[in-house]
Structures are given as C-alpha cells and as structure tokens.
Ligand binder design. Structure first.
Ligand code: NAD
Ligand code: ZN
Length: 358
C-alpha cells in the first residue's frame, strides 16, 4: 500500500507572488543566497522586477525551446559548484513545467552524488534535496504538485523523471495573475495535459479512491474552463490553476494510459513538446477513448484552437520503427490501459497506422 506525500505548503490567490519575500524571511538557513530558475520569457518583464532578488543570489534563465535534458541539469550543477554556490537557502523555480522540473532536478542533484541520469527511475534519490519553492506561470502539467521531474537523456533517448518523494516541492505560490500572458494556443495545449492525464487514469485498470477523486475534480474544472466562452477569463485561469494542482496530485496516485506513450514517442523521435504532442495524439484516439475524443474536439472547437495534423503521416520506415519502439517501451501505462497483452493490440502495423492518423 502506497504511503503518499503531497506538497508541504501552498499559498493560493492573485498577487500571492508578493509574499515570496516574507516566506523566504521566515525560512531559517545557514547560507545567505538563493538560486532562481526563471523561464526566459520573463527576462526584463514586469514579473521579474517583483522578485526580491539580491546581489548574492544566482539567477538562471531557463530556455524552453528544448524540454529539460539530463545534461542541462548536470551543467547547472557544475556551474553552481564552480561558483561555490551549491548550498543555497532555497531553489526557486518560476515558469512552466520545463522550468519547474529543472528546479526540482537541480535541487536533488546538489545533495546527491553522480549525474541526473543516475536518478531517472523510481525512488533512486537517496538524500533530501535543497528546500525548494515552485511558482507556476502556466497551468496544466501538474509539475508543481507531482513527485517527478521529466528529463530526456540524449545519450539513450530515455525520457523519465526522478520519481521520488524528495522531488516534491516544499512550498508553492499559486498566483493565477501570472498566467495572464500565456499565448492562447499554449494555454490550451498545456491545460489539456491535466484533462488527458485524468481521463487516462480513470479509464485504466489500476485505480484507487484518492487518485480517482483528484482526477474527477480536475476533469470537472477542465470542463468548466474549456467549455465556457473564454478559457482565459480571470475566473477560468484561477480554476485551471487548481485543476493543474489536483491533476499533479492525481499523477502520484495513478497511471496514465495510451495517449502519453504515443506522445512520448513523438517527443523522443520528432522532438515534439509534451503538451502539444498529447493534443496531436488525442486526435487519433477515438477507438480507445471515444467519449473523451469527442469532448476534446468540442473543447478545441469552442476555444478556436487548431490542433496540428499530419505530423507523422508521411515518414520513412526507419522513423516509424523508432516511433514504435519509443511508444511500446511504456509498459506500465499501456498495460494499465489495455491489459498485460497490450502488445497483441499494439502491433507494429497498428502503431504505425495510429501515427499516420494523427
Ligand atoms: P513549458 O514550461 O515548456 O512552457 C511552454 C511555453 O509557455 C514556453 O514558451 C514558455 O516560455 C511559455 N510560458 C510559460 N508561462 C508563460 C507566461 N505566463 N506567459 C507567456 N508565456 C509563458 O511548458 P509546459 O507545457 O508547462 O511544460 C512542459 C514540460 O513539463 C515538459 O518538459 C513535460 O515533460 C513536463 N511535464 C512534467 C510533469 C511532471 O509531473 N513533472 C508532468 C507533465 C509534463
Ligand atoms: Zn502529461
């Protein structure tokens, strides 16, 4: 039976980012500097000037063109060691899933020897990481609440996080004001990650009452947001931030299904970003999730969002083989969705046909 952990503290509400300084003042520590990971979108933005950065602190702007890779995390660790800044009072990550995961991974790596790739898996992190604060600026991945931080190892193509209780944030600041500037398409793609994760869990075999409750409420909020007139109204940005948090709590208590493995294939082979990859995959999922397929399309239509089509319709055989391999490797979610004999259903020809349909 699982002994589950959640984020220790969270503060929710418009303007809550203004309490960061107080939260830091209240934190006892032997060191006198902080490390910030900030989505590079916010360089010189209004938000940036609200952050109480001092001259002792180290600030890194995180690029989001590529999603986190293990070597990025190792490089961040090396820079901090070379500057003798590897024992901060806190690590503070401000941004989307990519930035939040970077903060988590560096926090673990600073207190554990070896490299980021050594901790890709389940419960491999030995020592508690550096105290960390997560401040999401886009809602949907649930990275703010989950016990993983997704990274790809470019050497072997493995896309897997450090699944560990030590990966969970100690403190969150959930400020819906921060998501005002997200481009509409990106807002939809990332928001849908929560919806897709939760419908996958609820349609799976490995269920439990608490995971189900988190998932059901997250889906209910997604429906309110994405079936309304304006998914980005003040009220809806607040609701989606809550849905994302609950979706992240659900991840810890459940498994995904067919969508995430296919999306992971796109991401490993074609470098497609996670959330748009889920949406592209969703368009080929009618036979596995018929009701949700219909609802997903209704939501996209209602919000005027076009999902790219044809990204994998015309590839060479070698690329389809790579896509097949990097999809079918995800045994846990696929057997959750389709049973232990999932390979009989997802033959090479079947998988190729699904990619062609996307
Ligand atoms: P992201 O962090 O990659 O950001 C997406 C885009 O939105 C970027 O261009 C970014 O600059 C922009 N952006 C973010 N906030 C903004 C704002 N307020 N205004 C304007 N632009 C803004 O995207 P994401 O979709 O949040 O995260 C995807 C990553 O999360 C992937 O690496 C995925 O693997 C990971 N993920 C992690 C978990 C987990 O549990 N740890 C779960 C799902 C996905
Ligand atoms: Zn996801």
């Amino acid at each position: 039976m699982k002994n589950s952990k959640n984020v220790q503290k969270y503060m929710f509400g418009n303007g809550s980012i203004n309490n960061l300084k107080q939260i830091l003042n209240d934190k006892e520590s032997n060191s006198n500097y902080l490390i910030y990971y900030i989505d590079e979108y916010f360089k010189n933005s209004e938000l940036f000037y609200k952050i109480p950065i001092t001259t002792n602190d180290e600030v890194f702007f995180v690029q989001t063109k590529d999603e986190p890779k293990t070597n990025f995390i190792n490089d961040f660790r090396d820079i901090l060691i070379s500057k003798n800044k590897n024992n901060p009072t806190a690590i503070i990550a401000i941004g989307g899933g990519s930035t939040l995961d970077t903060g988590k991974a560096v926090a673990n790596l600073l207190t554990n020897s070896g490299n980021a790739e050594d901790y890709q898996g389940w419960d491999l992190v030995k020592n508690p990481g550096i105290y960390k604060i997560g401040i999401p600026t886009i809602s949907g991945t649930g990275a703010e609440a989950s016990r993983t931080c997704v990274m790809t190892n470019p050497k072997n193509g493995l896309k897997l996080g450090m699944n560990s209780d030590y990966t969970i944030y100690d403190q969150l600041i959930l400020d819906p004001d921060l998501t005002k500037t997200v481009p509409r398409e990106q807002y939809f793609y990332t928001g849908m990650d929560t919806y897709i994760h939760c419908i996958e869990s609820l349609n799976g075999r490995y269920r439990n009452a608490i995971g189900d409750a988190f998932s059901k409420q997250a889906i209910a909020l997604c429906r309110e947001v994405f079936l309304s007139e304006d998914m980005m109204s003040d009220e809806n940005r607040e609701k989606l931030m809550v849905a994302s948090y609950l979706g992240g709590c659900a991840i810890a208590n459940s498994f995904v299904g067919v969508v995430h493995p296919f999306s992971a294939g796109l991401s490993v082979v074609l470098d497609t970003h996670h959330c748009i990859g889920n949406c592209i995959t969703m368009n080929a999922m009618e036979e596995f999730y018929p009701k949700e397929f219909e609802e997903f399309n209704l939501m996209a239509q209602k919000q005027g969002i076009k999902i790219p089509k044809g990204i994998a319709s015309n590839l060479d055989e070698e690329t389809y083989q790579k896509l097949f391999n990097s999809t079918i490797i995800h045994e846990k979610p696929l057997s959750n969705a389709l049973g232990d004999n999932f390979k009989e259903i997802l033959s090479y020809d079947k998988v190729k046909e699904i990619f062609k349909r996307m």
